[in-house]
Design a binder for this molecule. Structure first.
Ligand code: FES
Length: 74
């Protein structure tokens, strides 16, 4: 199985790269074209759960980063 990568875009969607099955609340799969999908996290898309670019116009701002874990040298 290939690794699936989910990348958080700054003030934008979750980008998912890799083969996944995305289902609705009833377990019915969405039709997804291609290997990459963008999921809305701003709440403004008219095509949820997919991003439609509305985040660029609705003032959505999210710049959180993952915590950086410092490695100790033995
Ligand atoms: S993140 Fe793009 S429309 Fe919501």
């Amino acid at each position: 199985m290939d690794e699936v990568i989910i990348k958080v875009r700054e003030s934008g969607p979750y980008l998912i790269r890799g083969k996944v099955t995305l289902t609705d609340v009833d377990g019915n799969p969405y039709t997804v074209d291609g290997a990459n999908i963008a999921l809305c996290r701003c709440g403004g898309s008219q095509n949820k759960p997919f991003c439609d670019g509305t985040h660029r116009e609705n003032g959505f701002a999210a710049t959180e980063r993952a915590a950086v874990v410092e490695q100790s040298v033995p």
